[in-house]
Design a protein around this ligand. Structure first.
Ligand code: ADP
Ligand code: MG
Length: 215
């Protein structure tokens, strides 16, 4: 029964999500579809502990995180969740490989082997010759792949992605979804927001949101 209201001023607020009730099993590959403005990104940001619900409870691994402090939420996010934002949002002054290892540094458990692991993961998405490049030297699709690898470097159990194939050509989008599928085959829980109905064939379940309501 999760709701999210964005307050605009003292009298006005926008209801982005209303009484959402949803259970996602470990190891599921879920796609969330719905028109623009329906609340998909809001839903994902609540699940990713990036934003707070206005009402309702959110349970992750038998823990109700709703009353967790920011510090506790950050810890859960760092341990369990990888988030691929709608826009790649790479750090412009860091190289590709530095961007990818940044979450390990933020977690406080970076080891020198992580750079090797980052290089291996980047190779899997065809970026082995881009390790030392800056984000501005990459195409949009390449930046998205880097953002995906950055979300994977901590080996999270749960991977959330907001329109990860947006602005990709059909072939790159297909390739990106194959990547998610192989991660799912490795046991990761994958939750993807998309408005491309063609991509739902990759997932094990699709849910639809309309005007903030799960339909
Ligand atoms: P979607 O991802 O499905 O396009 P969003 O979750 O981004 O939808 O937005 C749902 C609704 O909440 C929209 O009406 C949007 O304008 C509104 N909204 C999103 N973020 C904010 C915010 N930070 N402040 C106010 N309104 C917001
Ligand atoms: Mg959105």
């Amino acid at each position: 029964n999760v709701s999210k209201k964005y307050r605009i001023n003292r009298e006005k607020y926008i209801v982005a999500l209303e009484n959402i009730h949803c259970t996602i099993q470990k190891g599921e590959f879920l796609t969330i579809i719905g028109p623009s403005g329906s609340g998909k990104s809001t839903f994902l940001s609540l699940m990713g502990l990036i934003d707070r619900a206005t009402e309702g409870d959110i349970w992750i691994d038998n823990q109700n995180i709703i009353h967790f402090s920011d510090k506790q939420r950050t810890a859960i996010r760092a341990q369990k969740i990888g988030f691929v934002y709608q826009f790649p949002s790479l750090i412009p002054t860091l190289s590709v490989v530095e961007n990818v290892t940044l979450p390990k540094i933020m977690q406080g458990n970076y080891e020198s082997t992580d750079t090797k692991r980052a290089a291996d993961l980047l190779e899997q998405v065809g970026l082995s010759d881009r390790l030392q490049h800056l984000p501005s030297e990459l195409s949009g699709g390449e930046q998205r792949r880097v953002a995906l690898i950055r979300a994977m470097i901590t080996d999270p159990e749960i991977l959330l992605a907001d329109e990860p194939t947006g602005a990709l050509d059909p072939q790159s989008a297909f390739h990106m979804m194959e990547l998610f599928r192989s991660l799912n085959n490795q046991g990761k829980t994958i939750i993807i927001v998309t408005h491309d109905l063609g991509l739902t064939q990759f997932s094990s379940r699709t849910i639809k949101i309309e005007k903030g309501i799960l339909v």
